[in-house]
Design a protein around this ligand. Structure first.
Ligand SMILES: [Zn+2]
Ligand SMILES: [Zn+2]
Ligand SMILES: [Zn+2]
Length: 155
């Protein structure tokens, strides 16, 4: 399914584009988490929070919630990959932080909203953009690659 807002491809059954956070098709209406009865205009691409037009902010065509730190983080950090559970993500984050890498973890509720069909829970792991090659190397050295699906192929 192609997003009309940004052109990214999403799997069938996904309600919100994982690239820009805009709704993909008419589906079960999801409410703004701050305003009962108001339909969400999109989900925050970082934390997955559904927000209405008044609560959402947009940067480079992508939807963010009202927490400005989420919008700010995407300027300095990129999606390293997704772990299939929060525990696995925390384990990876701990190892990266021990090596001095800046890490942020966002639990899988974004995926719950993104696709209720799969029910898949996947926790996003962000690291500082310039530290991605180091992070990939450390995860390999620590034998943690089975816990993460990298967003980009390992360099
Ligand atoms: Zn999109
Ligand atoms: Zn957010
Ligand atoms: Zn709202």
């Amino acid at each position: 399914m192609k997003c009309r807002a940004c052109g990214a491809e999403s799997p069938v059954g996904v309600f919100f584009c994982s690239c820009c956070g805009r709704p993909l098709a008419e589906g079960e209406p999801i409410e703004c988490e701050n305003h009962v009865g108001v339909r969400a205009a999109g989900v925050c691409v970082l934390c997955g929070k559904p927000v209405c037009g008044d609560c959402a902010s947009s940067e480079g065509g992508r939807t963010f919630c009202e927490d400005v730190s989420h919008r700010r983080l995407t300027k300095t950090h990129s999606l390293l990959g997704r772990a299939s559970s929060e525990g696995e993500a925390e384990l990876i984050a701990k190892n990266l932080q021990a090596a001095g890498i800046s890490v942020a973890v966002f639990p899988g509720r974004s995926f719950f909203y993104l696709s209720r069909l799969t029910g898949e829970e996947r926790t996003a792991i962000y690291t500082a953009k310039e530290e991605i090659p180091d992070a990939v190397r450390i995860i390999g050295n620590d034998d943690l690659t089975e816990f993460i699906t990298f967003e980009h192929p390992a360099p």
